[in-house]
Design a protein around this ligand. Structure first.
Ligand code: NDP
Ligand SMILES: O=C(O)C1=N[C@H](C(=O)O)C[C@H](O)C1
Length: 232
């Protein structure tokens, strides 16, 4: 596949390495100063840029009829607009807050645990995410997906950063040195805690998942998620 990398930072560079190992060619690398670029030569574009650039990058791909894998987090207020544009342009689109196989299994485990916990009394749920100090958004996209998974099943109505109550899941965000991404969901009662944690050791799992998603999207039209890609 001919791949365009929209965002050539920590993730863009890791994706480049894995894509080349899997026999793909990088035909375009877009960074902050590349304001006008032509993505139309690519079979697929992979966007890991910054929250403020994601909508513009995804729009450029739909306008050029190029399938797009979106990994950037922190722009989801505009997700429905991008879905509508994808439908209007008959495009191909995958967004996932986290492309790693491990986290996608963790998303399923989180929902199973939430279902189990909804049958007992005395526990309250909270979440913690830890990332490197360069991260621009908080809470992480992955923490938001985990919270949405719990909200689907429990009597929690929403999530909030650093605060919570009976109706709200408290998500605590910590920023420490070079941590690639750690997410913990904790159910606490007066007598014990139940915790599940996913710890990324590096960025290779995210990058491999994004390349696998790009391969999977070839020849498909519509809007998909990693659940579709992984058959979960
Ligand atoms: N879904 C997932 O699985 C994962 C998602 N992420 C998300 O991916 C995003 C990128 O993460 P990461 O690589 O660690 O961050 P980096 O800061 O290392 O990289 C972001 C890159 O985007 C560049 N950039 C800035 N403006 C634009 C623009 N207009 N168009 C294209 N690129 C631009 C930056 O350039 P410059 O440095 O010059 O400003 C930088 O090189 C984040 O939103 C992060 O949360 C990260 C890991 C996994
Ligand atoms: O910025 C990061 O680094 C990461 N961002 C994603 C998120 O916001 O959930 C995924 C991963 O945790 C790493």
């Amino acid at each position: 596949m001919k791949i365009a990398l929209l965002g050539y930072g920590k993730m863009g560079k890791t994706i480049e390495k894995i894509a080349i190992e899997r026999g793909h060619i990088i035909v375009l690398k877009v960074d902050k100063d590349d304001t006008s670029y032509d993505v139309s030569q690519a079979d697929v574009a992979i966007d890991f840029s910054i929250p403020a650039a994601a909508v513009n990058n995804i729009t450029n791909c739909f306008n050029a009829n190029v399938p797009v894998i979106s990994g950037t987090t922190g722009w989801l207020d505009h997700y429905e607009t991008m879905v509508d544009l994808c439908k209007e342009k008959n495009g191909s689109f995958i967004y996932s807050s986290n492309y790693s196989l491990g986290v996608n299994l963790f998303f399923e485990l989180n929902k199973k645990l939430a279902k189990m916990m909804s049958t007992v009394e005395g526990y309250d749920v909270a979440m913690e995410e830890i990332h490197h100090t360069e991260k621009l958004d908080a809470p992480s996209g992955t923490a938001i997906t985990l919270a949405e998974g719990i909200i689907e099943i429990s009597d929690k109505k929403s999530w909030k950063l650093d605060t919570g109550d009976h109706n709200t899941i408290c998500i605590t965000s910590k920023r420490i040195d070079k941590v690639p991404g750690t997410h913990t969901v904790t159910y606490s009662s007066k007598v014990d805690d139940i915790e599940i944690t996913h710890t990324a050791h590096n960025r290779s799992g995210f990058a491999l998942g994004a390349v696998i998603a790009a391969e999977w999207l070839q020849g498909k039209k519509g809007i998909f998620g990693m659940k579709d890609v992984l058959g979960l």
